[in-house]
Ligand binder design. Structure first.
Ligand code: FAD
Ligand code: SIN
Length: 536
């Protein structure tokens, strides 16, 4: 079932449409161009808006002396708690170093030591320093800058900003052959139009805005995952929402994007303390404060519940020249009245990353012909039940290149869309906060059958608040609602605790659940589920 939108008033065409201008979309575009294909790049807001430019800690790759892809693989598998697809992880860690070198060749500048070597730091779950960073804690901004610079001036790339992709166009057999999009533009490119293409790549990033507090920017409403679901693609692992342990806690009810305090701050020596000034991670994991992210988030949550406190503390006062190493974090702390060089930083978990997404193969292909998905929107299986820190930018680099190569060698002929006879549906933008609050309450760090069912009931009730006015906020909220439903349904299915899926009523990890929850949504609005075995 598609979203309600006006009839396309204009048409454009390219070999490939890429939706989204983060690390995944831009890497795909650059590699498609290297094969000579024409590309239409559409992006919902301005080119650099998206999670990529906010990335702090860095990019993980086995580039340091003594490090190997095997060691990176091992840390990735441990963090993923048995649910990683081993082939996807191997691709990520073995092709990662070359992908990073290519990014450097494309102009990205990483921080170096006095001797000129690339500086490597550490984050949760890594057993050695292997994270490249830029501008101290502004890695994403540098990646975004370099990739945007690299696409400039290429007449084979048409860019449309403020262009929200609404739904896939499909032929009679379901093959994707373009997208409908809404453009806030001028002249002939204003309002709803259609872009025809031989292949479509969704690279629309995450869905953090499903929750009331998130590290994700406002554009992260999961539009591409929802578009793919409506086109008939499967999603997997969506119950594994990663909550970042150390998000700046502010004494405010203000929702939306919250300032992140990078794990790299703990990598450089900061420690977590409870309200009594006691360290609590050392007795929980051999890596203590640098345990994998799900373990730290759970322990912070437990401390908050046990002592009835709204946050814990991060002590970064021992880090030398904090303001030089972490200028972005220093500025955001200071803007919130905290001097991290002298004061403890109040932190609490918030939604950060979708470890699952649209189920794809090693070349980014979905179950729907012509539709590829890349980056945070995809479920390659590389992250399993919990993504290892700084593996996301890497995934965009590695799989963006693979997708482009697959498209270039298998480009289908252009087929023509059939008109969808259904009227389409749309929800009222007024329900956004209710979705977010209900998800944070019932499907947050800790869930149970009871809390999830309450949220599902709320979502079902909210589904009756329809709208007949197609506009950006209504399309976004309809997407949020669809994804919230998928997350809750997946979380209800998985009757165990594993990685970032923590069920208070099923607290143990159960070997019987060594499988993926794969969901589909059909043209009549019904959900189906299947379970996919994961290679041991
Ligand atoms: P994004 O960079 O989010 O890009 C998505 C693009 O799609 C945007 O251009 C957006 O405008 C566009 N879009 C969305 N919907 C539509 C639509 N309907 N139509 C058209 N365009 C659309 N990962 C790491 O590996 N290392 C880190 O240090 C790190 N730090 C992070 C810090 C923060 C604060 C956050 C939020 C994330 C961090 N991550 C980090 C995660 C990582 O940044 C993201 O997972 C990654 O950047 C996602 O890249 P992407 O290209 O898939 O999506
Ligand atoms: C961080 O810098 O802590 C975020 C890293 C990530 O999400 O990979």
């Amino acid at each position: 079932m598609k979203l309600l939108a006006g009839k396309p008033g204009w048409t454009t065409q390219a070999d490939v449409v890429v939706i989204g201008s983060g690390v995944a979309g831009l890497t795909t575009v650059l590699n498609l161009r290297a094969s000579g294909l024409s590309v239409l790049l559409v992006t919902k807001a301005l080119l650099d808006e998206g999670s990529t430019k906010w990335a702090q800690g860095g990019i993980a790759a086995a580039l340091g002396p003594g490090d190997t892809p095997d060691q990176h693989e091992s840390d990735t598998l441990i963090a993923g708690v048995g649910l990683c697809d081993i082939d996807a992880v191997k691709v990520l860690v073995t092709e990662g170093p070359e992908a990073v070198r290519k990014l450097i060749a494309r102009g990205a500048v990483f921080d170096t030591s006095e001797s000129g070597e690339i500086s490597l730091t550490r984050e949760g779950g890594h057993h050695r320093n292997r994270i490249l960073h830029a501008g101290g804690d502004a890695t994403g901004a540098e990646v975004s800058r370099a990739l945007l610079e690299a696409i400039k001036g290429d007449s084979g790339i048409e860019v449309i900003e403020r262009a929200l992709a609404i739904d896939a166009l499909q032929d009679a057999d379901g093959q994707v052959c373009g997208v409908t999009l809404h453009v806030i533009g001028e002249g002939t490119r204003d309002g709803v139009g259609q872009a025809l293409a031989k292949a479509v790549v969704v690279a629309t990033g995450g869905l953090g805005q499903v929750y009331s507090q998130t590290t994700n920017p406002s554009v992260s409403t999961g539009d591409g995952v929802a578009l793919a679901l409506r086109a008939g693609a499967e999603v997997a692992d969506v119950e594994f929402i990663q909550f970042h342990p150390t998000v700046l806690w502010r004494d405010t009810a203000e929702g939306g994007q919250q300032p992140l305090i990078s794990e790299a701050v703990r990598g450089e020596g900061a420690i977590l303390l409870n309200h009594k000034g006691e360290r609590f991670m050392a007795k929980k994991h051999e890596l203590a404060d640098l345990a994998p992210r799900d373990i730290v988030a759970k322990e912070i949550f437990s401390q908050m519940r046990q002592w009835n406190i709204p946050h814990v503390w991060l002590d970064a006062t021992g880090i030398k020249e904090f303001e030089v190493r972490f200028p972005t974090i220093y500025a955001s702390c200071m803007a919130n009245g905290i001097d991290p060089t002298k004061q403890l930083i109040p932190v609490a978990p918030a939604s950060h990353y979708a470890s699952g997404g649209v189920l794809v193969d090693l070349n980014g292909r979905t179950s729907v012909k012509g539709l590829y998905v890349c980056g945070e929107s995809a479920c390659t299986g590389a992250h399993g039940a919990n993504r290892l820190a700084s593996n996301s930018l890497l995934e965009g680099l590695v799989f963006g290149a693979r997708i482009a190569s697959d498209i270039a060698s298998n480009l289908p002929d252009q087929v023509l869309p059939v008109e969808d006879q259904n009227e389409g549906f749309l929800l009222s933008p007024a329900i956004k906060l209710a979705i977010q609050l209900s998800m944070s309450e019932g499907a947050g760090v800790m869930r149970s059958e009871e809390s999830l069912n309450e949220t599902l009931t709320t979502l079902n009730q909210l589904a009756s608040r329809t709208s007949t006015e197609p506009r950006i906020e209504a399309w976004e909220v309809s997407n949020l609602h669809l994804l919230a439903t998928a997350i809750v349904r997946g979380a209800l299915e998985r009757k165990e605790s594993r990685g970032s899926h923590w069920r208070s009523d099923f607290p143990e990890t159960d070997p019987l659940w060594h499988k993926r929850v794969v969901q589909r949504y059909d043209a009549t609005g019904n959900w189906s589920v299947r379970f996919a075995e994961v290679k041991p």
